[in-house]
Design a protein around this ligand. Sequence first.
Ligand code: 2BA
Length: 107
Amino acid sequence: MKMILAIINHDDAHSVIQALSHGGFRVTKLATTGGFLMAGNVTVLTCVDDDKVQEVLDIIKKGSHSRKQVIPTTSEMGMGFAPTMPVEVVVGGATVIILNVERFEQI
Ligand code: 2BA
């Protein structure tokens, strides 16, 4: 069994979770925040048998889109902080982490 943690853009999360649920997968949704942009994203947690991992990845891949995000930056100019050129980063599709599950129980 594997635990799949997928960090997904907030705008994609609803449709990905719906697609996983329709596919028969049980899902837990965590409200998370990216450490770089400090913007909200969604971490989807699902535990599945090994032979279902690819199916889950396909659903996540289909529903997760990359986006360009522009972030303002500032720099120290000696007399305080001054605005500089905004920086563009590409966020997503999804960042997926797959872990071995030692034991799974529902009590
Ligand atoms: P954030 O940390 O807010 O990162 C948002 C986007 O900013 C990243 O998109 C990447 O394009 C850029 N970025 C992040 N750290 C950077 C850095 N040190 N220098 C330059 N650019 C940087 P993604 O790579 O698609 O990541 C989206 C979100 O997935 C991240 O949000 C974070 O919440 C999570 N994530 C990504 N890689 C991770 C990892 N190795 N471990 C844990 N979480 C991760």
